[in-house]
Design a protein around this ligand. Sequence first.
Ligand code: UDP
Length: 312
Amino acid sequence: MTSALVTGGAGFLGSHLIEALLKKGYLVYCLDNLYTGHLSNLEKVLDRIVFYKQDVQNPLPKVKVDVIFHLACPASPVHYQKDELFTINTSYFGTYNVLELAREINSEVIFTSTSEIYGDPVVHPQSESYFGNVNTLGPRSCYDEGKRAAETLCYIYHKKYAVPVKIVRIFNTYGPRMSLNDGRVVSNFIVKALRNEPLTVFGSGEQTRAFCYVDDLIEGLLRIHEYKRNFEVFNLGNDNEITVNKLAQMVIQLTGSKSHIVFNQSLEDDPFRRRPDLTKIKKAIGWEAKINLEEGLKKTIEYFRSVLTCES
Ligand code: UDP
C-alpha cells in the first residue's frame, strides 16, 4: 500500500489533499499543530488516518512513507504576520526536519512553496525561471524569505543527498474550508457579502490576482507527485487574472448581497500584479485548471452560507 505523510494536514489544502489520497487508496499519516488548521476539517476522515498533533519544528515521528507532502506553515498574510519569528522558523526548521526524515526513510518530498517567492513581481506573468522581487525587511518577509530559504534547502538536499523533491509554487487558492477569519480576500468578501456588511478593498483595488479552485489545485498536486522526475519546480494555480475590484463586484452579484464596497489604505508590500505562467506544467504534465471563477465562487459561497447558518 502506498503511504503518505501530510504535514499541515488539518488545514484548508491539507484536509482536501488527505481526502484525495484516501480515495486513491493511500495509507495516510497527518501531522498538524492546529495553529491555523482545525480537526473539524478532518471530521470525515479522522478514523481512517493516523494523526499526530505536533509542530513540524520538532523532530518528526519516524514513519516510513513513500512520499511526504509538506504543507505545514501559516499561509495567509494575517496568520503569518501574527508571529513572524514563528513563521520563518516553521518554514526553515520544518522543511529541514522534513528533508532529514525523507533522507532517512528514502521518501519523496512534495514541498508546497508559494507565489510569494516572486514578491511584488516586475516580470509578468511569473514563470518558474523568474527570481522574484522580494523585500527582506517588511511585513511579508517572514513568509516570503522563509519559503525561499526552504526552497534552497530542498535544492541542497537533492544535490547533496539525492532526495527526490518537487517544489510547487502555489498561487492564490480558494474553496470550502478556508477559515472564516484568515483574512484572505475571497473568504473576507464572501463572509461580508453574506452578512450584508461592506466589503473592504485595500488600496485602489486595481491590483490583480488569479484564483484557483481547491479541487483543481489538489488534482495538480497529485499529478506533480505522479510525474516521474527527481527534482522539479512547478507553478500551480489558475491563470485567469482579475482585479480585486472585479472580484468584489462578482461576489456581491453572486451572493445577491446588499453590501457596498469601501476603500481602505493599501497594505505594505502588497504585490500589484500576480499571475502564474503555467506553460511548464501544461507541457510537462498536461494539467490545467478546469473550474472557472464563477463556478468556484458559487461552491465556496454555498459552503460559507452553511457555516454561517450553523453559527447563527
Ligand atoms: N484584499 C482586500 N480586501 C480584503 C483582503 C484582501 O482588498 O479584505 C486584497 C489584498 O490587499 C491583496 C489581495 O486582496 O491585494 C489578495 O489578498 P490575500 O490576502 O487574499 O492574498 P495575497 O495574494 O495578498 O497573499
